[in-house]
Design a protein around this ligand. Structure first.
Ligand SMILES: Cc1ncc(COP(=O)(O)O)c(C=O)c1O
Length: 399
């Protein structure tokens, strides 16, 4: 079967955050007045896709609905573990023990819990910046101090600053690192060598690591993902988070996997989380991991070609923009600072919303070390991508 990623799907009146929640999320102002009707915006912001959640997931959910009762549920059937662990085995050559798997209504809630479980009030949480903002929110929510290690940016090729990381990890009050593998927003897929060096620093300092691998299936074709836990099978202060939600566009089903090898931590997790989940979500996730290989292959090809399209379009129309084609995610990370004389005083999300009718995320939304960068969500039909890029280039070229 050939899946159609060019089809435009109407999301209005579905309570979608993407269409109805952008004012509150991006601008922190539900009532912000913008010069365009909502329908006019090209939405390239929140990390969900404009593509249909695959038919085999929707069909499995429909069949589950037809069983008529949607009572309290949790993952009892070993078929879910079989499906998910076969997926990790086939995709990344990594298997984990069945007993280590717990589920969560999302990786954000898992991060919130884990920070609280793993750190004492006077301890600090380390993250790599720029960063997905919820890593910071997770530390703040439990009132833990945040320590940032800026990634080094050499010509838009990001890498970890080993010296800085070593120094920050050596602080005995810094006990937990929330790590993003692959990395949002830069799209970096860390090499095995980088992962080993990073992991060694964590092990040497006896740190807890939460490795958020939510984007691990969405790689450019030909690139492979290495779970951090695959390289450190005996280090049990390491928690791995994965989910079908980004991969299969099921974020609204609120279901993710958390793999906790440490027995004590798992016991604490289980004493604070009852494991109940939405029965439709369990069914959807199992169908995704059992039947999702071919759909994902085709999705990746479409995303590859969206990135190539963007690359050619920007080379032709926005020559001062700096970027690399992301190795992972459907998110492009682009430095547009060369187009502004007063970039420090410009809010890029507001600028593009007001002047171009494009909704995107940018610098101040990624904690720090993100100045002048916009993040574009490319998981949309080509025609939408083209219109978004056209608007962005037009407005920048007029400056
Ligand atoms: C790195 C990262 N972690 C977590 C999330 C959200 O996870 P969830 O929807 O499972 O709470 C996102 C969403 O964009 C993300 O990029």
């Amino acid at each position: 079967m050939n899946y159609d990623f060019d089809r435009i799907i109407d999301r209005r009146n579905t309570n979608a955050l993407n269409t109805d929640g952008f004012r509150g999320y991006i601008f922190k102002d539900e009532k912000i007045d913008l010069p365009f009707r909502d329908e006019y915006f090209i939405r390239m912001w929140v990390a969900d896709m404009e593509f249909a959640t695959p038919d085999f997931i929707r069909d499995a959910i429909k069949r589950r609905v037809d069983r008529q009762i949607l009572g309290y549920s949790m993952v009892f059937d070993p078929a879910y573990y079989e499906a998910f662990s076969s997926w990790t085995q086939k995709m990344y050559g990594w298997k984990f023990e069945k007993g280590h798997l717990v589920t969560s209504p999302g990786i954000i809630p898992a991060l919130y819990d884990l920070v609280e479980f793993l750190t004492k009030p006077d301890e600090k949480v380390l993250i790599l910046t720029p960063s997905y903002a919820y890593f910071k929110h997770a530390a703040r929510r439990s009132k833990r101090a945040l320590v940032c290690s800026d990634l080094l940016n050499e010509d838009e090729n990001y890498r970890m600053d080993w010296e800085d990381l070593r120094r920050k990890a050596a602080d005995e009050k810094t006990t937990l690192c929330i790590f993003c593998n692959p990395h949002n927003p830069t799209g970096r897929v860390w090499t095995e060598e980088e992962l080993k060096t990073f992991g060694d620093i964590m092990v040497d300092n006896n740190m807890w690591v939460v490795s958020d691998e939510i984007h691990c299936d969405l790689l450019r074709s030909g690139i492979t993902h290495t779970p951090l836990a695959k390289l450190f099978p005996d280090y049990d202060r390491l928690v791995t988070c994965m989910a079908p939600s980004k991969t299969f566009n099921t974020a609204g089903l609120m279901f993710s996997n958390v793999i906790i090898p440490n027995e004590e931590l798992r016991a604490l997790w289980n004493s604070r989380n009852d494991g109940l989940c939405n029965p439709l979500s369990i069914t959807g996730a199992q169908a995704a991991y059992e039947q999702g290989y071919e759909w994902l292959r085709q999705l990746k090809l479409y995303l590859d070609s969206n990135f190539s399209f963007m690359d050619e379009y920007l080379k032709a129309n926005l020559p001062k923009a700096k970027y690399r084609v992301s190795q992972s995610t459907y998110l492009a990370w682009i430095d547009v600072s060369a187009y502004f004389t007063d970039i420090d005083r410009v809010s890029l999300p507001l600028f593009f919303a007001e002047r171009a009718g494009v909704l995107l995320e940018a610098d101040e939304m990624f904690v720090q070390n993100a100045g002048g960068h916009i993040r574009l969500n490319l998981a949309c039909p080509r025609s939408i991508l083209e219109e978004g890029l056209k608007r962005i280039c037009n407005v920048l070229n007029r400056l």
